[in-house]
Design a protein around this ligand. Structure first.
Ligand code: BTN
Length: 323
C-alpha cells in the first residue's frame, strides 16, 4: 500500500484525528501497514500527530510540498498534468525544454537553483519555504489577450495573498507583488510566437512566492520579504497554489472577455498611483507623476505638460521623492 493513500485521507481531514481502524478499513490494509506509512510520512517532514484512542492527525500548519497533496487539493477533475521536482534550475526553463509540450503541464519545484525573473534578472528560489511553479498553455491561446496575461496573474496573486494575510499586498507594475515596500512575489510570463502567423503557440506562466521563507541572502534583506516574515504566521502552500491557479484560469479568460474589470482590479492595488515616480526610460533616469493605466495596461506618466506612455519592456520604476 502506498503511503500516498494514507496521506490523501489525512489531507482530506486535515486538523482532525482519523482512527487506525478507520484508515485500516478505508484502505483495506493492516494496522501495521498504516503505522509504517505514518512513519514514512513523518520522516518526509509531515507534521502528523498520533494520539492514543484518537488516531492520527495531519496538523493544520504542516507544509510539506507533496505530489499527493497537490493532486488532492486540485480536485478530481483538474485539467493539469502535475509534476513536483525536488530541485531544478528553473521551472519555466524546464517547461520550455520539455519534449512533449502538453497543454496544462504544471510543474512545481521545492527549490530552483537558477530562478529567473524579468529582464534577465534572477529570482532567489533556493529557500524551500517558497512556492515556485510554472504552467504551460499550448491550446486555446486565442482566448487570452497576451499583453494582459502578466497583469491577470498579478491580480490573481494579489487577491489570494491579501486574503491569506488580511490585506497588505500591493502590485508593483508590472509583475511584482509587494508588502511594506518589499517584494514578496514575482511573475515571469514567456510566450513563443508562431513565425508564419505571429500568433502565440505556447505560453508559460511562472510564479514565485516567498511564502514561509525565514531569511534571505544579505543582499536581498532590504528588498525582499515573505508572507511569514510579514505576518509572523505560516501558510499552507498547497492551499495557496490551488486558489491561485483557480483565479489565474478565471482572470486569463477575463483578459479577453472583460479587460476593463481586470484592469480596474489591477489599478485598485497598484503602487504609486497618483504619486511621483522615478523611472529609467531610453537609458535615462527621469521623473514624473504616475497618473493612470491605459487600457492596454501601459503606464501613463505626466512629465511637465505632456503625458508619456511607458511600456513594460525597458522600464524600471520606483517611488520618487515627495515634492
Ligand atoms: C521577477 O522577479 O521578475 C519574476 C520572478 C518569477 C519567478 C518564478 S519562480 C517559478 C518560475 N521559474 C522561474 O525561473 N521563474 C519563475
Amino acid at each position: 500500500m502506498s503511503k500516498e493513500k494514507v496521506f490523501t485521507l489525512l489531507e482530506e481531514h486535515r486538523g482532525d484525528y482519523l482512527s487506525g481502524n478507520y484508515l485500516k478499513d478505508h484502505l483495506g490494509v493492516s494496522r501495521n501497514a498504516i503505522w509504517k506509512a505514518i512513519q514514512a510520512l513523518k520522516a518526509e517532514g509531515h507534521d502528523i500527530d498520533a494520539k492514543k484512542n484518537s488516531g492520527y492527525r495531519l496538523s493544520k500548519d504542516s507544509d510539506v510540498l507533496h505530489l499527493a497533496s497537490l493532486q488532492d487539493a486540485l480536485g478530481k477533475d483538474h485539467p493539469y498534468e502535475v509534476h513536483l521536482l525536488t530541485e531544478v534550475p528553473s521551472t519555466n526553463t524546464w517547461l520550455k525544454e520539455l519534449e512533449n509540450q502538453k497543454n496544462n503541464t504544471l510543474v512545481f519545484a521545492k527549490k530552483q537553483t537558477a530562478g529567473r525573473g524579468r529582464q534577465g534578472r534572477s529570482f532567489h528560489a533556493l529557500d524551500e519555504g517558497g512556492l515556485y511553479f510554472s504552467l504551460l498553455k499550448t491550446t486555446d491561446l486565442g482566448s487570452y489577450n497576451p499583453s494582459l496575461v502578466t497583469m491577470a496573474c498579478a491580480v490573481a496573486l494579489q487577491e489570494v495573498l491579501a486574503e491569506a494575510m488580511e490585506g497588505l499586498v500591493s502590485i508593483k507594475w508590472v509583475n511584482d507583488l509587494y508588502i511594506h515596500g518589499k517584494k514578496v512575489s514575482g511573475i515571469l510570463t514567456e510566450g513563443s510566437l508562431e513565425m508564419e502567423t505571429g500568433a502565440y503557440s505556447s505560453l508559460i506562466i511562472g510564479i514565485g512566492i516567498n511564502v514561509n521563507t525565514q531569511s534571505f541572502p544579505p543582499e536581498l534583506n532590504d528588498i525582499a520579504t515573505s508572507m511569514a516574515l510579514a505576518t509572523g504566521k505560516t501558510f499552507h502552500r498547497v492551499a495557496l497554489a490551488k486558489k491561485i491557479l483557480a483565479k489565474i484560469e478565471a482572470y486569463l479568460r477575463l483578459t479577453k472577455t472583460d479587460p476593463e474589470t481586470l484592469l480596474a482590479r489591477y489599478k485598485q492595488h497598484l503602487l504609486y498611483l497618483g504619486e511621483s515616480i522615478l523611472f529609467t526610460h531610453e537609458g535615462q533616469e527621469k521623473s514624473g507623476q504616475l497618473v493612470d493605466l491605459t487600457k492596454e495596461g501601459h503606464l501613463l506618466v505626466k512629465r511637465g505638460d505632456h503625458l508619456l506612455t511607458l511600456h513594460s519592456g525597458e522600464i524600471r520604476i520606483r517611488k520618487g521623492d515627495t515634492p
